[in-house]
Design a protein around this ligand. Structure first.
Ligand code: AKG
Ligand code: FE2
Length: 193
């Protein structure tokens, strides 16, 4: 597989307001083994979030590996380093943290949001996501209004959101009537979450 600069530029899709999107199907080597190992070995956490006067479970399981943390599978370190090389001209800094989400079935989801904790709120960045397991829709919409973009992310696919995407656009993984488990692996630079 080739991650040359020309290829990186050729695949990129410009979105409005300085955001871009880069999708590569089948990017992750040996996704079956990685999915099975992460599903089995990661100490998944069900977080709760306060909503008005109640606390409700967040509808997906999570685990976050901040900069410097030991990762649960060697393929994650390899993917992180490969992504750092691919997006070096955009970032000029390495991907450091790894966020994991497990969507147990179609009723797990994430609502519209941008990754705006930290520098993503004010600076261009790249958030690169490797999708494993069941295929799910991945939606993006401009914060200022306008047409949304519907993508489908499947087993082993890479989806990178770059430029201003975290502050000028939002993304979501909606509920679907029927889906098997999906794991999302998000790579971010230090200070972005
Ligand atoms: O499931 C995904 O790939 C998206 C996850 C996401 O947007 C997040 O955790 O910030
Ligand atoms: Fe996100």
């Amino acid at each position: 597989m080739q991650d040359g600069l020309f290829e990186v530029a050729a695949q990129r899709r410009e979105l409005k307001d300085g955001a871009w999107l880069d999708v590569r199907t089948g990017w992750q080597p040996e996704p079956d083994e990685l999915f099975a190992a992460l599903a089995r070995d990661v100490p998944w956490v069900e977080e709760r979030r306060r909503m008005y006067d109640r606390t409700l479970p967040v509808p997906r399981l999570l685990r976050y590996y901040d900069t410097g943390a030991a990762l649960p599978h060697p393929a994650l370190g390899a993917a992180r380093d490969r992504l750092t090389e691919m997006y070096w001209d955009d970032l000029r800094e390495p991907f450091t943290s790894v966020g994991l989400c497990l969507y147990r079935d179609g009723s797990d989801s994430v609502a519209w949001h941008g990754d705006t904790i930290g520098r993503g709120a004010t600076h261009d960045t790249v958030v690169a996501i490797v999708s494993l397991g069941s295929t799910r829709p991945f939606l993006m919409r401009p914060r200022g209004g306008g047409a949304s973009t519907r993508l489908t992310v499947g087993h082993g696919d890479l989806l990178a959101m770059g430029g201003s995407a975290q502050r000028t656009w939002e993304h979501a993984v909606p509920k679907v009537p029927d889906a098997g488990p999906r794991i999302s692996v998000q790579f971010r630079v230090a200070g972005v979450r």
